[in-house]
Design a protein around this ligand. Structure first.
Ligand code: PDD
Length: 281
């Protein structure tokens, strides 16, 4: 495997950043994960737009022109011979002696790109089964709209899920409403067949898959309500699912051990999943 690190393509096992990288010391960086399918990046433009936004909110500059970045992403995919899988991009505020204040102007950001093959059959197999989620109290900072590498609460929540025999953890706010998953956006299908997902204005990351799924729903003439939903409502839902670049739409069949709907993936989730790649760019 090959990784891109600050201007060079190096063997994955020798791809290092400095111990005083701001990403390592302060989680002072942002990232994107983009699906690769048949050798092409899915929704590249939207991912790049979100990267630009994350950087802007962090008061960081684009590390290189968008065109050049696209070339690096594609070259990393090519060098790793990834047909189906993911490309990962991380930009940190660079290397500087440890000090909370921003480094001196002109300090170059650190840029890392990796690409990995993942067999799509694996996700498809899981989608036939559906997955379990647990709920955990929301304990993240307020700026989860920025896709930063500061993911400690997400790591702890997802590990707790794993240890409980589930795959994802849904964060729940003080009002009992689901915000999102540790690495996914959360959705339910109501008894009358409407999709419900939390507005992206606060409390969640605006997932690219979430945005595209809204278009898919519209094409399939499924109504979408952007509003928060509670755990109680989710437990009584007909279907539930999560979305992310790594999952498209993945059915949720158990929440905190309680069966959702019939306990098997439902038709609405299945239709959204099957139609996703017709609408993604
Ligand atoms: N996670 N919410 C959170 C907290 C996420 O980390 C992600 C993505 C999403 C879904 O966003 P998108 O549809 O753009 O992938 C929602 C990536 C895949 C990850 O951290 O691996």
């Amino acid at each position: 495997r090959i990784a891109y690190v600050n201007g060079q393509y190096v063997p994955h096992g020798q791809a290092y950043v400095h111990i005083e990288d701001r990403g390592y010391q302060f989680a002072d960086g942002v990232y994107e994960v983009c699906e690769v399918r048949a050798g092409r990046m899915i929704d590249e433009r939207r991912h790049m737009e979100r990267l630009e936004r994350s950087l802007r909110e962090m008061r960081m500059a684009m590390p290189m022109p968008l065109k050049a970045l696209g070339i690096v992403l594609r070259e990393t995919i090519r060098r790793n011979r990834v047909r189906d899988g993911f490309v990962y991009l991380q930009v940190t505020r660079g290397v500087a002696p440890r000090d909370h204040y921003f480094p001196a102007p002109g300090t170059p950001p650190s840029i890392v790109v990796t690409a990995r093959h993942v067999d799509p059959a694996k996700g498809d197999a899981l989608a036939l089964q559906g997955m379990a989620v647990i709920t955990v109290p929301e304990n993240r900072w307020e700026r989860v709209d920025i896709k930063t590498v500061g993911l400690l609460p997400n790591v702890l929540a997802k590990q707790a899920a794993k240890e409980a025999g589930a795959r994802e953890a849904w964060f729940v706010d003080a009002e009992g409403r689901v915000t999102e998953g540790g690495s996914t956006n959360a959705w339910i299908v109501t008894r009358d067949g409407k999709l419900v997902t939390r507005p992206a204005e606060s409390g969640i990351l605006r997932g690219i898959t979430r945005t595209v799924m809204m278009d898919v729903a519209e094409k399939l003439q499924i109504r979408v309500e952007e509003r928060p939903f509670t755990v109680v409502e989710a437990l009584a839902a007909r279907e539930a699912f999560v979305t992310s670049a790594t999952n498209f739409a993945m059915p949720v069949v158990r929440i905190d051990g309680q069966v959702i709907g019939d306990g098997i993936p439902g038709p609405v989730t299945r239709a959204l999943r099957e139609n996703f790649h017709h609408h993604a760019e």
